[in-house]
Design a protein around this ligand. Sequence first.
Ligand code: AMP
Ligand code: MN
Ligand code: ZN
Length: 905
Amino acid sequence: MPRPPKRAHVDEEDQAQADQPEEQCASKDIGAFTNQAFKNVVAATRAANAFPQGTARSLYLSYPGYARVMDEMSQRVVGLIGNVFQAKEIKGDIKKRQLEEQFEMVQECNDMLFERITTNLDIKSGLRRNPQQVLEAQVDVMSNSTHAEPPVASPQTQETSKAGSWNRTTGTPQRSMVSARLFTAKNIVRPQTQFKEPVDNSSQSPFVPRLKEKPNSLKPLALLPEYDDAGNVQSYLHPYEFELLKFQAPPQQMQKQKPVLPALMADTELMVVDTVEKLQQALEELRHAPQIAIDVEHHSYRTFMGITCLVQMSTRSKDYIFDTLTLRDDMHILNLVLTDPKKLKILHGADLDIEWLQRDLSLYIVNMFDTHRAAKALNLARLSLAFLLKHYLDLDVDKSLQLADWRMRPLPQQLVDYARQDTHFLIYVYERMTNDLLQQQAEPGLLGSVYQMSTEVCKKRYSKPHIGPESHMDLVRKTKRSFDNRQLHALRGIFEWRDATARSEDESYGYVLPNHMMLQIAESLPREMQGILACCNPIPPLVRQQLHTLHQIVLKARDQPLVKPILEARSSTQASLPPSTKDFSSKLYCPHDFSHQEEVRDDLPTLLNRSSTSGKLELPREEDVPKEDLAIVAPAMALFDKPGKPTQEEELRWAHLRKESQTLRLPYKRYLAILPLMEQLKADQIARERSELLKRRLCPAAPAPEQNIKLEAHTIKQEVDDMYSVPLKEHLKRKHQTSNKTDTDHQPTTGKRPRKDENSQPRVEPEPTVKMKPATTVQPVPDHSDDEVVEVPIERQSAEQTKPSPAQSKRQQKNKQFQRGFKAKNRGNHPQSSSQQIPQIPKPKAEGNFDYKNVDFRQFKGGAQRARGTEIKHQMRGKSRPNNRNNKQFNKLFTFSNVRKEGKK
Ligand code: AMP
Ligand code: MN
Ligand code: ZN
């Protein structure tokens, strides 16, 4: 492949750098190395400039020998650049790219290398001069109240906080604007680079508990795997499953407490635990404490699974802050106190804390009191820690640092103070709450139930985030936009790309590509790479870096034939559902109507009567029970029954019901969902009536039933209208199918050219498929045999208008044209394929006789095909020069195979 000589020095430069042996770089000083490199670059540039240029170049290239050598050389050079890219871990294969893209890649690579150098220099100098430039800003963020009002354990919020918790554009109903302080620093070193054991983000392998010792065990440590249907390990049992099962809160915790107000934080000793020695000492002290308050601070933006950055603990007399970035592999020794069933651990809203502790620090908790659960049990007005501190201590705490970047080291004093307050008062709150719970005389078991619920939280197991083939649909459902199949195709592709990228780069989804940008790209399906960037503000670094891959995903989606969105959506949801005995497509089925379930029976006789003497409820005497109800002696109260083991069929059905009742289908969606069914009914009806009509025609004595014809004509008109709501190509395809069907189902018709459909004028014939070749046995209805030219069974008219006036038919034509134009305009993403290319339909000269000579059918062909053609050209055009068609064809082949390959990994 000949390369323009002007840019050739770029390759040489890279080659020169690549050719420098490692030792040379290391042995000589940087000045000597730079000098040598510069000399090489100059020499290479000179050599490149010596090549014939302009017309001379064209002349030289006309010699096959020269062209061949040049081609070989340029391939070698590209190969060398490819090696450099690989060595520098830059994604993408330059050999498979088009010329222009190769230049872009080289440029991007240079930029990236410079960026890396600058960052490294920054870190170097930053470490020397200014360890941490703390950045602070006031921001208004959408708060998902699960954190402010800690987790009610909705799977969604957990999912988001596991990966990319600032990514809240499509959030949950409970959000509210909160003022938060952005508290971060420049040049924070990625803590994961220091981890002794690298994190495993892969979706294939489950999370494996890393616990090596099991203090306070009732059963010895064992990693017990759970398998899925295919026999793969799906997860591991909780190491303290048995101990938690056996746990009973000690008697002293079930008694009234004597609340002791904590000392001020300023008067309390603080120990920042950041070495193993201090950790040992802290453990020794904690072993003597009967209660420990615990909290965890976590970072989830620049990591895939999240990182536990800090653990705070408080006893009555001392606060501890554990630097869990440095003590990540040592913290597990605290299991000695944390799993001790005689020592109480107090946490607030511990659902996520429990998972973070076990994932990163192999810490488990036995004997926990969750103040959030307690607040719920007490029916308090609000459930946040801030509220509890206000309620029990009249303290106003500032929670605005919740979103601070907890990876900062050394930890700024503000963050230390902030972290401390999360545990400092918690023991007192626990004591007050215990007393409040015991005071609720109406519900004597309340305290016990709080312990029970807290123990359930302790049983939680961390599992890695995973996406399924339909995960992207959750996003679609949450947005108010509707996506066609191309957009969905793109969304799914980008979604998978984002997941793979986030895992491999160890970044959150929110960092790789926030939801709203992803939806924007999928919705607008930009033809050019620039369009993708335009959907993002600010542009996420990984999007810039892997723009080419993203672009290919979008182009591939654009290449999909457009189908009616609703059909796609419907079939895809159906495919993922278990088999069911219910007819969910029935118009009468309503997912929120539980009256069909066995539990709800309003036709059962009441068995309990109030005794007239004692006033108590009692079973009626036998003779009072009506004979026919004798069979129901044991009341069928499924609600209180211990459920028997459900059959597999029942389980499937229940699972389905659960799923169905959880998905909210808006009325319009429901309406859309039954459309295909209605179409089917319509088709059946038409077929039935058609055969009846045929019979009647064969036996002329029977009068033509006018009503039927009306009905049919009406449905047919709707069908015609429907046809205009789909793109031309789909329209033609369907028509072709219809014609095939009528061919086989009924009599042979004349050879059909679907393209004529657009022009077939309103038919006089109310019965569409009956017109046929004269040779067939069935005779057409005599009245309207004049226009048998029309071969296409689609265009029809209502029965009342069997003979439309010219004005009427003109109006109809106009209407349809308008409709088409309108629909085309509304399909904003592919203007090329729609409005411009729908040919103007010549108006019929006179009713009945249509002059087909006036129609340029080539337009239709062009209309359908050029739409695609232009897309492909545009996709490939980029900044390329014209007349490079072969190149483009090749490029298309290459790039697409490339995408497939890249998509796999
Ligand atoms: P807390 O228990 O309130 O100290 O919160 C513990 C951790 O949860 C924090 O370190 C954050 O990582 C995370 N977190 C809390 N609130 C939010 C929020 N609104 N959005 C995202 N993450 C949060
Ligand atoms: Mn917390
Ligand atoms: Zn906290």
